[in-house]
Design a protein around this ligand. Structure first.
Ligand SMILES: *Cc1c(COP(=O)(O)O)cnc(C)c1O
Length: 464
């Protein structure tokens, strides 16, 4: 995927709508989607590389930027390893994500720890490893004081909340007045306390802000970064407090879920930052970014089988295997997270026919388990496949264990042009397994099978 106005990459001439058609057909043909494997996630390996390339290119004029991938956006070890191989660092926010980043091969010097509620043990481990740590509050900074050994390799920073306001999705907006993240910069006394915190700590050298994610317009993000930059300038202008050497400007570039187009692009992001904070790229500060959704969303999709269709109250409903367990946000907040859906036959060929308004529902036992209401699609039938586009970030990689439904399998794919005729037909598609589907044994094990007797009277005496 290129970061131009056209989202599809590669072999030219093909309409964007067909970007993944050959992949869906190949997945159906090889049984990765079908009766025995009714839902799976798919990742476009070359697309990920192209998106990372576009990010690096956009910052090419500024040497030494550390671009990290926000692990929560696609917390799968092979994906993280691919990103490490592309030259990314990794932003982690829990001990589990830190473990995944290390398993993926990121060197500690390219990992940034941003957990909002770090335990002492978590801080201790990060400092021992030399992972960068952004304290989320002044209290957390005091914990770092107590745990830090002189000469730690960790770059240490403080997260601020520039309080520039929210975007269109409340839960995605981290820079509102009352956000739980960072030190609230505009609260009375906060600026002075932050300057003082830096004055007291010669080892505190980084300011961090992450203004928000999906729904936050570029100028809001840029305003938050500008506030952070100006704070760094103020700290460094304070006599004896020339401390801040790097700025971690977060991530959060929104993704266009309405069509294939990539917008905003990374060059547009850099242009917005340059307009809001010209000094940011002066070279006085080394920069860290933390992108997730914008790198992965358009490079992945979910495929799911239609198990049944029915009519209810004059409405057509397709019951598929993609519901809240894999499209959690869309199901729980359908207005904030609409997804494009494609209709394919059992063989993975795109369906034709006149559009019919249909609900596309999932397999979970609650009435709201619907990924799209009244969507105009060719009439779906048992055995057909639906594709949920733009789900490479925060969807199949972030499953929900509701109804003990298994985590779906995830496959990486490469689609290289072949010699066939017609759009999409000549592609040679190869798949690799990124994650196996969860088995029933694994579901039982993680549901306390080893302690099956624990609540039965007398279990303690029996040693249960
Ligand atoms: C989630 C998160 C990101 C990445 O956000 P995206 O919207 O996926 O780009 C970056 N930084 C922090 C601190 C985050 O919590």
């Amino acid at each position: 995927m290129t970061q131009t106005t056209s989202a599809h990459h590669g072999d030219g001439g093909e309409p964007p709508a067909a970007r993944f058609d050959a992949v869906v057909r190949a997945a159906a043909g090889r049984g990765l989607l079908g009766e025995g494997s009714p839902v799976a996630g798919f990742i476009d390996t070359e697309g990920v590389r192209a998106s990372v390339g576009a990010l690096h290119d956009a910052f090419a004029a500024t040497p030494g930027v550390l671009h990290t991938f926000a692990a929560k956006a696609c917390s799968l070890v092979p994906v993280l390893r691919l990103l490490a191989d592309c030259g990314m660092g990794c932003e982690v926010a829990s001990p589990g994500e830190l473990r995944l980043a290390l398993e993926a091969g990121f060197p500690a010097s390219r990992i940034v720890l941003d957990s909002p509620a770090k335990t002492r043990e978590e801080i201790r481990l990060a400092l021992a490893l030399g992972v960068a740590v952004n304290a989320d509050s002044l209290d957390e900074l005091r914990r770092v004081d107590a745990l830090r050994a002189p000469g730690t390799a960790s770059v240490l920073g403080l997260r601020v909340n520039p309080q520039v306001g929210g975007g269109s999705i409340g839960p995605m907006s981290t820079a509102t007045d009352t956000s739980k993240f960072g030190v609230a910069l505009r609260d009375p006394g906060a600026r002075e306390a932050i300057v003082e915190a830096f004055r007291e700590r010669p080892w505190l050298t980084r300011l961090h802000a992450h203004v928000g994610s999906q729904g936050c317009p570029l100028d809001l993000i840029a305003a938050g970064v500008a506030q952070t930059y100006e704070l760094a300038e103020e700290i460094n202008a304070t006599p004896g407090v020339r401390r801040v050497t790097s700025l971690d400007i977060g991530g959060g570039l929104p993704v266009n879920f309405a069509d294939e187009t990539v917008r905003p692009t990374y060059p547009e992001y850099v242009a917005a930052l340059t307009a809001a904070a010209p000094g940011l790229f002066s070279g006085r500060y080394s920069l860290v970014t933390e992108f997730g959704r914008s790198l992965l969303a358009k490079n992945g999709f979910i495929g799911a089988r239609v198990e049944y269709t029915k009519d209810a109250g004059g409405r057509r409903i397709a019951l598929t295997h993609a519901g809240a367990q894999t499209a959690t946000r869309t199901v729980l907040m359908p207005d904030a997270w609409p997804l494009r859906i494609g209709a394919f036959g059992p063989d993975g060929a795109p369906k034709g026919g006149p559009p019919l308004a249909q609900d596309v529902a999932g397999p979970c036992c609650f009435a709201g388990d619907v990924v799209a209401y009244g969507r105009e699609l060719p009439e779906l039938a048992e055995g057909d496949l639906v594709v949920l586009y733009d789900t490479g970030a925060y969807y199949f990689s972030t499953p929900w264990a509701y109804n003990s439904l298994p985590r779906p399998a995830v496959y990486g794919f490469r689609a290289v042009p072949g010699r066939g005729d017609g759009p999409g037909h000549g592609r040679q598609v190869t798949f690799v397994t990124v994650r196996d589907a969860q088995s029933l044994d694994e579901i039982a094990a993680e549901s306390g099978l080893a302690h099956a007797d624990a609540l039965i009277d007398g279990a303690a005496e029996r040693g249960g």
